[in-house]
Design a binder for this molecule. Structure first.
Ligand code: ADP
Length: 416
């Protein structure tokens, strides 16, 4: 009966358990015997030989390689090449030589002859098996070196684990920081949104309440002419406050979605300022507009509607934030390349810290003086957006309790 019929297939599971078993070998002879018996009994191999290079010295290795070559009956250079290539070598369809090394040290050559053809997959598995034997042979041959090498290796491995872990932790921390920042931003957006809703509903309600109150007065049967005039004035002023706030909200939406619709033309900024002041004069009898313009000054290039809106915004603020009235001085100064147009009031003014934030969306100075002045905190941020879109800039100079001056700086346009 053919013995091959009973031979098992080479499997990694089996080879791995054999390596485990070999780890407990007490000497090289026992080690070799275990391999030989297992390969013979389980895989029915015809030949299993393990040639150990017992010296760590290179020169001695050459002698041993010579001897191995003679026993196997192959050339010395072939054995050297096998060690050099660090790969199994097929002597025939059934027979292979597998070099074994560990930590760059040549340790052994395994000669295996199966009773069946050895497939490429078998060769790969036996090669991996040879690798597995490397450390066991090394431990048996050089126990003292091994412990030192192991120590170094453990050191190396822990070092690399530490580095990897460090990198991983750093990346994770970075990511966490980013998430935290994004979270903060979302919290801020949410706060701003809540603040906006509160502000808007409060600010819209105030003029509405006065419209409703004064219209009720108008419904009375007996009412003096003065009261009619007073009530209709109040209704008109509350109505225009409402309309300005709605305009601001529409503008804000436009700025954050489509951008500004700009039609550039040459404009006389002083003339626009005068028209705007005339339109706003009815808002306050306590204020006096003063125009400090040079006789001639250059034109600017801008969108008429947008520039007028910016100037109106600044004039309304000058009125709103100087509740005791007084002069509002509109001034034009030219410095060759630029037209500097400013609006100055003598009102409540601002601290330096407050001035830093006034161009932020929804920012309003909160103090007893501003408490009863209506507004959404949008006007100046819209002015800044518009002016930047027009290639101009705006800045503010203010002193607390003294007044404020806002200056628009636009490129001067000379010639026709
Ligand atoms: P609003 O007037 O609707 O609150 P703005 O964006 O126009 O919003 O102004 C932002 C803030 O800047 C105001 O709430 C106010 O505190 C301050 N501010 C603006 N103009 C003046 C000014 N001329 N004088 C003093 N404070 C001002």
């Amino acid at each position: 009966m053919n013995a091959n019929l009973y031979s098992q297939q080479i499997s990694w599971l089996w080879l791995k358990s054999l390596i485990k078993l070999l780890e407990s070998s007490s000497n090289l002879n026992e080690f070799k015997k275990t391999i030989q018996n297992s390969f013979l009994q389980y895989l029915k191999f015809e030949l299993t030989e393990i040639y150990i290079l017992e010296n760590s010295d290179q020169a001695d290795n050459f002698d041993q390689i010579n001897q191995i070559a003679e026993i196997i009956f192959v050339s010395k250079t072939l054995i050297e090449e096998i060690f050099l290539n660090k790969k199994p070598y097929r002597l025939s369809k059934k027979e292979i030589l597998i070099p074994v090394e560990y930590a760059d040290r040549l340790l052994a050559l395994i000669q295996l002859r199966s009773s069946n053809m050895l497939k490429d997959e078998d060769l790969d598995l036996l090669w991996a098996f040879g690798d597995g034997l490397g450390q066991i042979i090394h431990e048996m041959l050089f126990p003292h070196v091994n412990s030192l090498e192991n120590k170094n290796r453990i050191k190396e491995i822990s070092h690399s684990i530490f580095n990897n872990l460090k990198g991983f932790l750093e990346a994770a921390l970075e990511r966490l920081k980013l998430l935290e920042e994004q979270n903060q931003q979302l919290v801020k957006i949410n706060e701003t949104r809540t603040e906006l809703i509160n502000n808007v509903s409060h600010e819209l309600r105030t003029p509405l309440v006065s419209i409703m109150g004064f219209s009720k007065i108008l419904q009375r049967r007996e009412i003096t002419n003065d009261l009619v005039r007073e009530s209709s004035d109040q209704i008109q002023s509350a109505g225009s406050r409402l309309s300005r706030m709605i305009d601001d909200l529409i503008q804000l939406n436009r700025a954050s979605t489509k951008g500004w619709d700009i039609n550039v033309e040459r404009l006389d900024i002083g003339e626009i300022c005068k028209f705007a002041s005339e339109a706003l004069a009815p808002l306050s009898k306590e204020h006096n507009f003063v125009f400090d313009f040079p006789e001639t000054y250059p034109m600017v290039e801008a969108d008429r509607k947008l520039l007028r809106q910016v100037i109106e915004n600044l004039l309304i603020n000058a009125i709103k934030y100087s509740p005791d009235g007084g002069d509002i001085v509109c001034c034009i100064k030219v410095d060759e390349m630029f037209v500097n147009f400013s609006i100055e009031d003598h009102g409540i003014g601002m601290t330096e810290e407050e001035q830093l934030k006034i161009f932020d969306r929804f920012y309003r100075v909160k103090n007893p003086k501003t408490e009863n002045i209506p507004g959404l905190g949008l006007g100046l941020s819209i002015c800044k957006d518009v002016l930047e879109a027009l290639g101009a800039s705006i800045d503010c100079f203010s002193q607390f309790s003294q007044g404020s001056r806002f200056t628009i700086r636009m490129r001067a346009v000379y010639g026709y």
